[in-house]
Design a protein around this ligand. Structure first.
Ligand code: XMP
Length: 513
């Protein structure tokens, strides 16, 4: 049985980070909205309450019943989680008069074998809250203070509850809390007694077993995209059911230069049962004359489904459709600013399983991207596939602003290949989350030799990010940008200007469409 730490999400920007930090200790963690606590079966070893943008003093504060949790399992409340526990059990939380944001140091630590074991007095922590705990509830004791915050950590370790309750005002999950990892380790491994055996190898072994049980003798179909997620999903399924996994790899004519052939070769090398399908013309025809980004996405999704269905009909007895869905796609987020709006329709091929009457299998639905990569490594996947930047499903269609023609695709592929190759050559590829080239629908004047040119411009985009939800433009060295620019302008006929995109997300997005 996989041991789990349950994380109740109160909407903090750091909730996913808490989950990652726990998983780095080789303990599985699961995020659920604060008001959707599952039945705590034996697999749940501890519960963590996250921070929140709300204040417990607000009318609309999030107030679940803690009786279901506290006393049943060891509990750790972080920031809002700590304030809410204090408030719930009769303590006093008030607006903080001092600044409680940024770095602080812990003094007067209760140590021994508790939460602060092996953490020295003076340890740096990261504070980020507007409320402070003035009085502790009955049965709780002070565990640590900082210069500005008297009650920085407290807990109930005596008789009031049948399991220990720890509460901290600071954020152990962020790197600025220098002993944060030790603190979480103390909680998860020592206090909650987790084994810490959730490694990639363990995950593979267990998932393969589960897949074998679920699928039995049936056959599974999977669409490979060339990306990490679908490739790792395929490797896991292949290990579980061998050649009863059938993979399609559709060439939509919108991939990077030479990528289709290169990836197809890798798939063959990995022993996968792959049918490569050339559907370039169908995609180009469906996109002809279409400039609207959402309509382009829809057209690509539609053709993808058509091609997929047509090819699937050639196979018999398929019962499952496998997908490379990962954890960030399935975490139900706590809505802080009202119902979230769809900003872009990323899930372009939703509806396919229902349409084809297939059941779904998603072997990666509990993993974060970096965990998928580690599992891929453990499965022996080639490094160049594992480390690849994310690439959008609609591919270059949303990096060519305006309508798509095969000629524009070729032009962009040439420029993009120079950018990405140079990025590898300069050792920068692994430092950025994602990079790409955008073909702009503008022409500008230039000179080449004695001639005046009037050609297109491309924008280079490179961002650092942990999950694609927020992103910062990468501060790439000027020499590198200079080398890329001159190589593109000198070698790609039709492009005479290169610009670098210096927008962060939000308010911009990573892609331009
Ligand atoms: P944005 O542009 O929304 O992108 O900041 C965030 C991440 O999502 C990728 N992306 C897509 N992926 N279909 C996809 O499969 C899409 O339509 C799509 N649009 C954006 C983008 O490349 C980035 O990694």
């Amino acid at each position: 049985m996989t041991e789990k730490v349950l994380i109740l999400d109160f909407g903090s920007q750091y909730t996913q980070l808490i989950a990652r930090r726990i998983r780095e200790l080789n303990v599985f963690s699961e995020i659920v909205p604060f008001n959707k606590v599952p039945q705590l079966d034996d697999s749940y070893k501890a519960v963590i309450l996250s921070g929140s943008p709300f204040s417990v003093r607000e009318e609309r504060a999030l107030r679940p019943d803690l009786a279901e949790i506290v006393g049943k399992r060891p509990v750790l409340g972080i920031c809002y989680g700590a304030q809410y526990i204090a408030d719930f059990y009769g303590g006093t939380v008030s607006r903080s008069l001092k600044r409680e944001y940024g770095k602080a140091n812990l003094g007067r630590i209760q140590r021994a074998d508790g939460l602060f074991a092996d953490i020295e007095t003076g340890s740096q922590v990261w504070m980020s809250h507007g409320d402070t705990i003035e009085h502790l509830p009955e049965g709780f004791e002070l565990l640590a203070s900082t210069a500005d915050v008297e009650i920085a950590a407290f807990g109930s370790l005596g008789d009031r509850f049948a399991a220990p309750v720890y509460c901290i005002q600071f954020h152990p999950e962020v790197y600025h809390s220098l002993d944060g990892k030790q603190l979480l380790e103390n909680f998860v491994l020592k206090i909650a007694g987790c084994r810490g055996d959730w490694t990639p190898a363990h995950f593979i072994e267990q998932t393969v077993e589960e897949l074998q049980q679920k699928i039995g003798d049936d056959r599974v179909l999977l669409g490979l995209s060339g990306g990490v997620d679908s490739s790792v999903a395929a490797m896991l399924l292949h290990r579980a059911i061998g050649d009863r996994l059938f993979c399609f790899f559709i060439d939509n004519g919108l991939l990077r230069k030479g990528e289709f052939e290169e990836v197809e070769r890798s798939y063959e090398g990995m022993g996968l049962n792959v049918t490569a399908i050339d559907a370039k013309q169908e995609f180009y025809s469906a996109l002809a004359g279409e400039s609207d980004p959402e309509k382009k996405r829809k057209a690509i999704g539609r053709v993808f489904i058509e091609v997929f269905e047509r090819e699937a009909k050639k196979l018999t007895n398929i019962k499952y459709l496998a997908q490379g869905t990962i954890y960030p796609d399935v975490i139900e987020s706590v809505s802080v600013h009202g119902p979230s709006v769809t900003i872009k329709s990323h899930h372009n091929v939703g509806g396919l399983p229902e349409k084809m009457g297939l059941k779904i299998v998603e072997p990666l639905r509990n993993l974060f991207k970096d965990e998928v990569r580690r599992v891929g490594g453990e499965l022996g996947m080639p490094a160049h596939l594992i480390g690849r930047h994310p690439f959008p499903g609609p591919g270059l269609a949303i990096r060519i602003l305006g309508d798509i023609t095969p000629e524009k695709v070729r032009l962009l592929q040439e420029a993009d290949a120079i950018y990405i190759d140079k990025m590898r050559e300069y050792g920068l590829y692994d430092q950025v989350w994602q990079a790409g080239t955008i073909l702009l629908p503008v022409q500008s004047v230039g000179v080449m030799g004695d001639e005046r040119t009037y050609e297109q411009a491309v924008a280079l985009r490179a961002v650092t990010s942990t999950d694609g939800m927020t992103a910062e433009w990468s501060h790439l060295p000027y020499e590198f940008l200079a080398a890329v620019s001159s190589s593109i302008i000198n070698n790609v006929k039709g492009i005479n200007r290169v610009v670098y995109d210096i927008s962060t997300k939000p308010p911009a997005t990573i892609e331009w469409e």
